[in-house]
Design a protein around this ligand. Structure first.
Ligand code: ZN
Length: 334
């Protein structure tokens, strides 16, 4: 399987995040990518597809905000990473405010995603890495892996959050549609619900979104990922959420995976995008499933049995010591 990575993703390196009421070292650290690289062998660099594929998914004003946010933060006299502390209440009327703090609140949904000096570059090349791996699949490869970091699945069309700034998988899925794929299925198997991806395609009938994740009544991102969210308008029925309880092991996980795969097979997509998060691992420091390293081989095998052209995009996974083995085992099973 061809593997893609671009070292410019390492430019994104915030120092701290707000977690459980205190500031702690930023968990989505460059060391994650380095651990995966050490385990998966040689990679190919990303090609620059410029901003058009980003604009096909993200709002113009959001991209402009993300590009300038850290510069604006510094211009306001601040040190360190830009982070919001005030958010508009749901259904508050939109206001075009200039203040960097107001814009940080308006374009984000949590305080765990600081914007550093290198965040735009890191997120930009993460998205380009997904697009480059997609190119390989569109050119005839059965599958390709995009080592994306920062991850993307929590980022919506006009908001960041959950360590995510640009939605790599959504950008690639939209590019696949633009390349002529009439139906694209996204399977998200990160521990957390991919709320941004769901939002982006919620009213679309040509992009199926299927997610297996921790029950959002207990776990982040709380406000999305409930089983009764199934899509709307032309997208009615094209979203499937399969929330699972804390403590889920392989025996509980596999029936949900088989249900997800059956839904995808029924949809008969021409392209599959797999959002792989290794934070379902038993020893993940911020998650509560009980999957073991060897389990990822079986999960990879079952997804591959769909026999669809597949782009695999890296999402979360924070047990850095085991991360390389978890990713390599999933890819080898696939
Ligand atoms: Zn996650």
């Amino acid at each position: 399987m061809r593997r893609f990575w671009d070292a410019r993703q390492l430019a994104h390196a915030p120092a701290l995040e707000l977690h459980n009421g205190g500031f702690v070292p930023f968990a989505e650290a460059p060391a994650r990518a380095e651990a995966i690289l050490a385990a998966i062998g040689p990679t190919e660099p990303a090609a620059d597809h410029k901003e058009a594929p980003l604009r096909a998914v993200h709002a113009e004003d959001y991209l402009a905000f993300l590009w300038s946010a850290h510069k604006d933060w510094r211009a306001a006299g601040r040190a360190g990473d830009a982070s919001g502390y005030a958010w508009p209440v749901v259904r508050r009327r939109p206001l075009a405010l200039d203040r960097i703090d107001a814009r940080l609140g308006a374009y984000s949904f949590d305080a765990s995603s600081p914007i550093g000096a290198g965040t735009w570059d890191g997120a930009y090349w993460s998205a380009q890495t997904a697009l480059s791996a997609l190119d390989a699949v569109l050119a005839g490869e059965r599958s390709a892996f995009a080592l994306c970091r920062p991850p993307g699945h929590h980022a919506g069309a006009d908001y960041l959050g959950g360590y995510c700034y640009l939605n790599n998988a959504a950008i690639a899925a939209e590019a696949a549609v633009a390349a002529g794929k009439r139906r694209v299925a996204i399977l998200d198997i990160d521990y957390h619900h991919g709320n941004g991806t769901q939002d982006i395609f919620y009213a679309r009938g040509d992009v199926l979104f299927v997610s297996i994740h921790a029950d959002p009544r207990m776990d982040y991102p709380y406000y999305w990922g409930h089983a009764d969210e199934t899509g709307e308008g032309p997208g009615a029925g094209a979203t499937l959420n399969l929330p699972l309880p804390r403590g889920t092991d392989l025996g509980t996980y596999l029936p949900a995976l088989d249900a997800a795969l059956a839904k995808i097979a029924d949809f008969a997509p021409e392209q599959l995008v797999v959002c792989y998060g290794a934070d379902t691992f038993a020893d993940d420091p911020i998650s509560h499933f009980r999957l073991r390293t060897d389990d990822y081989a079986e999960i990879g095998r079952r997804i591959a049995a769909l026999a669809l052209p597949a782009l695999i995009v890296m999402e979360g996974g924070y047990a850095v010591d085991a991360l390389g083995a978890n990713v390599a085992t999933f890819l080898s099973g696939f």
